[in-house]
Design a binder for this molecule. Structure first.
Ligand code: COA
Length: 209
């Protein structure tokens, strides 16, 4: 995986909060109020990545709901990747998906992109999961147009195991609103089928080890 890891559980971890996981140059921490405040200020990309944008966290009510959701006990663990005290990315994992350990909400804001944050945070998380949740393979789904993400995933050993048309509701709804020129950017990955927009989506998987 390219670099050594020192995985450590923070003493404050509980059943309802994920642990803090440290590697050499990055730490995955559970969501908390100060980190959420940083996420609320992250740069946004807009269409077609608008579903990842976090500007809604500036609304105190929505921030409270999201914080509660991110910290509640359940199959999902939600992490914020930090360099020192700076939030530079986020990632979640569903520990109980039938397909495997399902990585999702992989997001690095524009101001921190292109420095390998995505790769480093996923590598850190997967190394920890291999120890703490042995068994299933790693899986994720990704829209066919997200080519930067694919480069990170491929570098980590993920391979496309299936490609299918998928109804992605936030994307489908936005497709009715965006100007035609914007839609053209991802046209080759779209189809209009049975009265709704669908996007070509890859299921990617990586074996353990
Ligand atoms: C996809 C995403 C997580 C990548 O994060 P990142 O930390 O920049 O990833 P990396 O630094 O590992 O870079 C990944 C690839 O994108 C390229 N890249 C990243 N930023 C770039 C930029 N501004 N210009 C050109 N290339 C860029 C990198 O060079 C790398 O490609 P390479 O391996 O050929 O060098 C981030 O761009 C993002 O959050 N995008 C929007 C949400 C999204 O698409 N999430 C994934 C959904 S499946």
């Amino acid at each position: 995986m390219g670099y050594p890891l020192a995985v450590s559980m923070s003493v404050s971890s509980t059943a309802s909060h994920p642990p803090s996981i440290a590697s050499d140059d990055l730490e995955l921490r559970p969501w908390d109020e100060p980190l959420l405040q940083q996420l609320a200020q992250w740069g946004e990309r807009g269409f077609p990545y608008h579903a990842f944008d976090l500007g809604h966290l500036r609304d105190p009510m929505r921030a409270r709901v999201e914080l509660r959701r991110a910290r509640e006990a359940g199959p999902h663990l939600h992490f914020i990747a930090c360099e020192g005290d700076t939030a530079v990315g986020r990632v979640s994992v569903n520990l109980h998906d039938r397909a495997g350990l399902y990585l999702w909400a992989v997001h690095v804001p524009p101001e921190h992109e292109g420095r390998g944050v995505c790769r480093r945070m996923l590598a850190t998380l997967m190394d920890w999961l291999e120890v703490e949740h042995p068994g299933p393979d790693f899986v994720l789904t990704t829209n066919a147009f997200a080519v930067r993400a694919h480069r990170s995933y491929q570098a980590l050993g993920f391979k496309v195991v299936e490609t299918r048309w998928h109804y992605d509701r936030p994307l489908a709804e936005e497709l009715w609103r965006v100007p035609r020129e914007q839609r053209k950017l991802i046209d080759q990955h779209l189809r209009f089928h049975n009265g709704r927009w669908e996007v070509r989506t890859h299921l990617m998987a990586r074996s353990r080890g």
